[in-house]
Design a protein around this ligand. Structure first.
Ligand code: BDR
Ligand code: CA
Length: 313
């Protein structure tokens, strides 16, 4: 089967970085048409820089990286340096990128790419706030029908929230954008905190990255070493949750995941529960399903896949 064409929309972030590395290490399954940076974990200038640092770490400098929206549609930007550090990629010492940003705006790249390919052949993979994606849909509504699928990391049901008691970070930062995406009619695969909080980098799993004894293996181990301090303190968990790589793993090995086809709506009005993903997990309404909401991951299978693929870089 031909590799699946994707655009990675991202706010790196250590876990975004690992998601990008996994995609670039898997050319048989995934063809990365481009990477679009958005403001999220850190401001846009840093996410656009970090995306290029990661491409260079992988030795894939041919992948175009575009800078996109520097703030949410109608709210001030909220960032997460308390999790990811000042640079967003704290942990390893990596050189500043030499590859330039691609010319043009990320939103236009998303629009042009969807128009240039056969309808139903390009998948969008958002790993951060949904500002770039929603902006593209607002600017060029004709592209909505051309999207094959959206596979995103965001939201929560059983785990509820990580940035507020009610909301997950990516959805909370730009709830209006998320609302546009979930109402778009496009099939959305949602990988929520319920799943990513099971994808924990335990010591044993991190040792396996380090044991690759490559530039990439050491960088990933150092990223998760940094990232885990926050989660161990907050949740008492065994290590850092690798949220965003679950998206790329889903594209490669969907059988590692299972979920329910349900209705998901986004809270955009209440300040108390802003950005909550109201997921009808128990199917208590007759609202039509608009999303495959993932509930379980085979974590051992996921880490085996990740380690095997990172070894290729
Ligand atoms: C999400 O928020 C970010 O901090 C991570 O990169 C991930 O995309 C988890 O809530
Ligand atoms: Ca992210």
């Amino acid at each position: 089967m031909a590799p699946r064409k994707i655009i990675i929309d991202t706010d790196p972030g250590q876990d975004d970085a690992v998601a990008i590395l996994l995609a670039l290490a898997s050319p048989e399954e995934i063809d990365v048409l481009g990477i679009t940076a958005v403001a999220g974990n850190v401001p846009l200038e840093l996410t656009a820089k970090n995306a290029r640092i990661v491409c260079e770490l992988a030795g894939h400098t041919h992948v175009p990286v575009y800078a996109g929206c520097d703030r949410p549609l109608n709210r001030p930007l909220v960032t997460a340096e308390h999790v990811h550090g000042k640079t967003g990629l704290d942990g390893p010492v990596l050189p500043d990128p030499e590859m330039p940003l691609a010319d043009g705006h990320a939103v236009d790249f998303i629009i042009d790419t969807l128009r240039a390919h056969e309808p139903g052949t390009v998948t969008l993979c958002p790993l951060g706030p949904l500002t770039n994606i929603a902006s593209a849909f607002q600017k060029a509504p004709d592209i909505v029908d051309r999207v094959q699928e959206i596979v995103l990391m965001g939201g929560a049901y059983f785990e509820v929230g990580n940035i507020t008691p009610a909301a997950e970070f990516n959805i909370y930062v730009d709830p209006v954008a998320a609302d546009i995406v979930f109402k778009s009619g496009i099939h959305v695969v949602v990988i929520p905190l319920d799943v990513t909080h099971d994808a924990l980098v335990t010591k044993h799993r991190n040792d396996a990255f380090r044991a690759l004894d490559s530039k990439v293996g050491h960088a990933v181990a150092e990223m998760t070493d940094f990232f885990e301090r926050f989660d161990i303190e907050k949740y008492g968990s065994e290590g850092a949750p690798l949220h965003d790589p679950c998206v790329t793993a889903y594209l490669i090995r969907p059988e590692l995941f299972s979920g329910r086809h349900i209705n998901v709506q986004i809270e955009t009005q209440s300040e108390l529960t802003m950005g909550m993903t109201v997921a009808d997990w128990w199917r208590v309404t007759d609202h039509p399903p608009n999303a495959m909401f993932i509930g379980e991951i085979d974590a051992d299978g996921f880490f085996a896949l990740l380690t095997e693929r990172l070894a290729r870089l």
